[in-house]
Design a binder for this molecule. Structure first.
Ligand code: PLP
Ligand code: COI
Length: 336
């Protein structure tokens, strides 16, 4: 631990000291429990193992220049987890309990929150799994909610350096009326084949088109999509993408900076008109995009090899709020 290279953490799993657990039994959540084991015991017929009854979240804590730890938009993650739980019929957890568990997980692992200078952060992974046995396809009646944390660097190794995306029409991550809007494990399983092909060919992620018509931009494997042109921030409106909290925040900041904001269907053809493209998310932050390869038509869309003006401004502003360098005018940050 003492020799952690904070500047070069990458985005990978790392053990920390403690995790938090809470069990749902007989219709009620129990007390939060602190564990120092990274192992859970589960019934072989648990619904999470067979039928994917699993939801998760991702959020981050940041250490400021003042040494204080800030957690970004925890309420939003709590509400989205509730939304995901409702989506696949899991027990629901209150915003208060979610926040209490996150705060405790961060406090118990305080020594793993990367120092301000490193530009790294503490990634917080809450998750819930159905634990009781069923062999028919139906929801469990017992659940385990957990929170674990780890220090991380950028999700895409290039960080704020532009990378490329690939479009492949023969893969979908979510069905038109399916679970794409929920943060459930199954969506990520569905994205692995295409994700691997993309990685192997040197792309940082797949850019998915809507799965019904392949006419509109949806999102990337692990992040939302935005494009900027004519002083306008444009991001897809779609029922099958994850409602990104980073994107929601960027829309507010874009407007504050004087950009127009449009959340609407984004036709594929519009890709050739953008001045800047970004992939945004908790793990990805903003990952500027320099090129999009349409593999089916062997055609490239290019956006310049340096991060664009607006993407840079948005990135700097978001990070400044997260690290406490600039005032938190929207109450997005909770101090520990
Ligand atoms: N889209 C997908 C599929 C994701 O997994 C994520 C990551 O959480 C995002 C978008 C970005 O969402 P957020 O900004 O809330 O992290
Ligand atoms: C996040 O940004 O928090 C994510 O969940 C993305 C990814 C690690 C799947």
């Amino acid at each position: 631990m003492d020799n952690l290279d904070w500047q070069n953490l990458g985005f990978g799993y790392r053990d920390t000291d403690y995790n938090i657990r809470c069990y749902y039994r007989n219709g009620n959540w129990g007390e939060l429990e602190i564990s120092s084991s990274n192992i859970i015991n589960m019934h072989i017929a648990a619904t999470s193992l067979h039928y994917g009854q699993e939801v998760f979240e991702g959020l981050k804590a940041f250490k400021g220049k003042d040494g204080k730890i800030r957690i970004f938009r925890m309420d939003e993650n709590a509400k989205r987890m509730q939304f995901s739980c409702e989506g696949i019929l899991m027990a629901n957890i209150s915003v208060e309990k979610f926040k209490e568990a996150v705060l405790l997980a961060v406090k118990m692992n305080e020594r793993f929150v990367p120092p301000y200078e490193s530009g790294a952060s503490l990634y917080i992974r809450p998750l819930m799994v159905g634990t009781s046995p069923e062999i028919g396809v139906k929801p469990a009646n017992e659940y385990l909610f957990m929170v674990f944390v780890m220090p991380v660097g950028p999700y895409f190794p290039e960080g704020f350096k532009p990378t490329d995306l690939i479009i492949m029409r023969n893969y979908d991550r979510a069905a038109p009326q399916g679970t794409g809007k929920y943060k459930v494990g199954g969506n990520y399983a569905a994205s692995m084949q295409a994700g691997k092909i993309a990685k192997n060919q040197g792309f940082s992620a797949v850019l998915y088109l809507d799965s019904r018509e392949k006419k509109y931009i949806d999102e990337c494997g692990p992040a939302n999509f935005f494009g900027i042109k004519n002083n306008t921030y444009i991001t897809p409106l779609s029922d099958s993408i994850l409602p990104s909290i980073t994107n929601k925040s960027l829309m507010v900041l874009a407007e504050e900076m004087g950009l127009k904001v449009e959340r609407r269907k984004v036709p594929f053809e519009e890709l050739s008109t953008f001045e800047e493209i970004g992939a945004c998310g908790t793990a990805a932050v903003i990952s500027p995009i320099k090129g999009i390869y349409d593999a089916d038509n062997d055609k490239w869309f290019s956006y310049g090899t340096e991060p664009g003006k607006w993407s840079t401004k948005l990135y700097n502003k978001l990070r400044a709020i997260q690290y406490g360098d600039e005032p938190d005018n929207y109450n997005w940050v909770e101090l520990i």
